[in-house]
Write a protein that binds this ligand. Structure first.
Ligand SMILES: [Zn+2]
Length: 110
């Protein structure tokens, strides 16, 4: 079963909800607007259509607090696995090129 956890700013406003899917991957479902849970009548929650992908700062539109969301390695892996083969090959080539540049730099430093 999916687990749900509120994701809040430092002042306790709900910015979204963290869902852990069947593969133990935490995904942030962002609310369109922050919700003040301590209010007598909290606003109705309006959730974005899909999970937040990647790294992104999220600003609370009640108090202005900015909270960074970091993608986990497992969420990133799941995203890559879901790509079409052609994109996976392109990605692989880029990562290898980057590693090659790093190695070239470390040889140059010796
Ligand atoms: Zn806030």
């Amino acid at each position: 079963m999916d687990e749900l956890k509120q994701w809040q700013c430092t002042n306790g406003h709900a910015l979204g909800v963290i869902m852990v899917n069947g593969d133990d991957v935490p995904q942030l479902m962002l609310y369109r607007h922050a919700v003040d849970l301590s209010s007598d009548e909290p606003a109705e929650v309006d959730v974005m259509i899909g999970p937040l992908v990647g790294k992104m700062p999220v600003q609370c539109d009640i108090c202005g607090d900015v909270k960074p969301w970091d993608i986990s390695v497992s969420a990133l892996a799941e995203l890559i696995i879901s790509l079409p083969d052609k994109q996976v090959v392109q990605l692989q080539a880029r990562v290898l090129r980057r590693q090659g540049r790093k190695e070239a730099k470390s040889y140059a430093a010796e």
